[in-house]
Design a binder for this molecule. Structure first.
Ligand SMILES: C[S@@+](CC[C@H](N)C(=O)[O-])C[C@H]1O[C@@H](n2cnc3c(N)ncnc32)[C@H](O)[C@@H]1O
Length: 305
């Protein structure tokens, strides 16, 4: 069962008002959407988007309960401008990104996200896409795999892990992969507090779903469709994701992006956002105790100028 993370803070900062038009880019189990929906009534409308067909089924049920107020849509928020336009949301007052995967996805062994349960090496959030974790693990060269695990997993043992994976091919299950990672790392080097395969699984999942690329496009799309004064909130779960949101917000809050040594501006860039969270908001102790998955969450919010 997925528990919505940082829901109070994100909803408060998004300032939902009756009659407002919102997009939840990552519907999941709908925790944030349900809270938003109550607050934009009467008259508000919500586009509930997810790239996982199972989450969209749940969004369709919500749409049946709230006829006219909720529109469910299957798609990647990388295509936000087109999806929002197609579904009658060309300009909106608020947008939420609650990034990464849901507990429902993680806990279903068939989806292949978990190093704790035996399942196929899948890891696709959108099951209509071609690329799976099996292809990444079995078809990349050891060198490419090492690069991927180092850059997206920030894993020091990436080269050795990649060699061990390559030597054990073909790998077919999540546990084959978890075992290869464990074998590659000396016990004394296993990270404290997390499973040794956490970073490797994160890296492969991020690659399979092109998570950073989608995030970049999603944030740019959100800036395009937000009304002036409208707000976007992004909840991230690891440093690479948070760094991407931070970098985007900082760049879009500046009037010029020319290198500092350049005397005259030639970029013609104009600020489109005002940052509302100079430091990201984190969950409090009570939330982390109630929902340990929230411990790495960071919330950043910006307002459209
Ligand atoms: C952390 S969960 C969201 C949980 C939700 N806020 C709730 O309260 O239940 C993330 C969801 O976003 C979806 N997702 C991740 N990346 C996506 C993308 N690029 N486009 C659309 N949906 C995406 C996942 O399929 C997953 O269902």
């Amino acid at each position: 069962m997925h528990i919505a993370v940082l829901s109070q803070a994100s909803i408060r900062l998004l300032q939902p008002r009756s009659g407002a038009v919102f997009v939840d880019c990552t519907f999941g189990a709908g925790g944030h959407s349900r809270l938003l929906l109550e607050l934009i009534q009467p008259g508000g409308r919500l586009l509930a988007l997810d790239q996982d067909e199972r989450a969209v089924q749940a969004a369709r049920q919500l749409a049946e309960q709230w006829p006219g107020a909720v529109t469910a849509a299957h798609g990647n928020f990388a295509d936000l401008v087109d999806l929002a336009g197609e579904h009658g949301f060309p300009a909106v007052d608020g947008i939420l990104f609650d990034l990464g995967f849901s507990s429902d996805q993680l806990e279903d062994p068939k989806r292949g996200f978990s190093f704790l349960h035996e399942g196929p090496l899948d890891m696709r959030m959108n099951r209509t896409q071609q690329l799976t974790a099996a292809q990444v693990v079995n078809e990349l060269s050891a060198r490419e795999l090492a690069h991927l695990i180092r850059s997206l997993g920030e894993e020091r043992w990436a080269a050795r892990i990649a060699e061990f994976i390559a030597a054990r091919r073909p790998l077919t299950t999540t546990l084959d992969l978890a075992e290869a990672v464990k074998a590659a790392m000396p016990r004394g080097a296993w990270p404290k507090g997390i499973h040794p395969a956490t970073r490797t699984f994160q890296a492969i999942r991020m690659h399979v779903n092109d998570e950073l690329g989608s995030l970049r496009r999603g944030l740019a799309g959100a800036t395009q469709i937000l009304n002036p004064g409208g707000r976007m909130a992004a909840i991230s779960f690891h440093s690479l994701e948070d760094a991407e949101v931070k970098r985007f917000f900082i760049a879009e809050s500046k009037d010029c992006l020319c290198p500092p040594q350049q005397p005259v501006c030639t970029c013609a860039h104009r600020a489109s956002l005002r940052i509302l969270t100079p430091k990201p908001l984190r969950p409090d102790e009570a939330e982390v105790t109630n929902n340990p998955r929230s411990r790495s969450a960071r919330l950043r919010v910006a307002e459209r100028l």
